[in-house]
Design a protein around this ligand. Structure first.
Ligand SMILES: [Zn+2]
Length: 269
């Protein structure tokens, strides 16, 4: 961590150029190692290379059973390695992300929201000069940057998904895969997509658990427990339209029907 402070510094400064206060969208200024909002005076420290803009309050790094968020991610990764089915899904997701990025011109900056240890770091770094790994948990973001192939071009940000600290249209594109169904309320889930489309000037790759997908409908009919974090395709389309974005591509992991639907939303100039 101490070997290249200058490189990390310069990446944080590049990131800070496009950041605004998540609470009031005011301009930020450096006060030593902290970003301070000029209008509302809120302060956002930089700790171990991560700009901290999430309200840490309730669940800073710990799950209910005391396992840290990072430990949970690592455990899930190990489980994925042991389960062929999940490995196939992850590989398919990597394809979806890579294909979507290949359709786009090289970007100045890309945002990976819900980066979960840098799952898509490799194709995203190849497609952009600056990759912003973002998650609400700082330790997860730190882990992603440590694993990046070129950390000098990766910036680390802890922020709330429904309150993105960027100016309008300030990044070229955003990838937000397998995050929205974990956001508890309908309004926060929709707010997250609104925010992604507000800050991205060209495209958003977004995945959501489709309310009327076959697996979700089938579980509902059989009165089986269901993750309630679903969205309807029409709602996703409407949110896109509100930002001048259209869905140019849609697919699922399995052609036989899966919960997660992946859409590429492009803003037309
Ligand atoms: Zn502010």
């Amino acid at each position: 961590m101490s070997e290249a402070p200058r490189i990390v510094d310069s990446t944080i400064r590049q990131l800070a150029d496009i950041l605004v206060c998540p609470a009031c969208h005011g301009a930020l200024e450096w006060i030593e190692e902290t970003l301070q909002c000029a209008p509302c005076r809120r302060q956002y420290p930089v700790r171990e290379g991560v700009v901290l803009m999430a309200d840490a309050g309730d669940d800073e790094g710990a799950t209910r059973d005391g396992e840290s968020i990072l430990e949970r991610h690592l455990r899930q990764e190990r489980a994925a390695v042991e389960s062929g089915r999940r490995i196939r899904r992850l590989r398919r997701e990597l394809h979806i992300v890579t294909d979507a990025l290949c359709e786009q011109p090289v970007s100045e900056s890309l945002l990976a929201l819900g980066c979960r240890g840098g799952r898509f770091s490799s194709p995203m770094q190849s497609a952009a000069r600056l990759l912003i790994e973002a998650d609400r948990h700082p330790e997860v973001v730190r882990y992603a940057v440590q694993r990046a192939m070129n950390p000098s071009r990766v910036a680390a940000l802890a922020c709330l998904p429904e309150q993105l600290p960027f100016r309008d249209d300030s990044i070229d594109g955003a990838v937000c895969v397998r995050l929205s169904h974990r956001i508890e309320s309908d309004s926060r889930r929709e707010a997250t997509l609104h925010e992604l489309l507000r800050v991205a000037s060209r495209f958003v790759l977004f995945s959501f658990s489709d309310t009327v997908s076959l697996p979700n409908l089938s579980r509902r009919i059989r009165a089986r427990p269901i993750n309630e974090g679903t969205m309807r395709f029409a709602a996703v389309t409407d949110i896109g339209a509100a930002h001048g974005a259209v869905i140019t591509h849609r697919e699922t992991v399995s052609p036989l029907g899966s919960r997660q639907h992946y859409v590429v939303m492009e803003k037309k100039p």
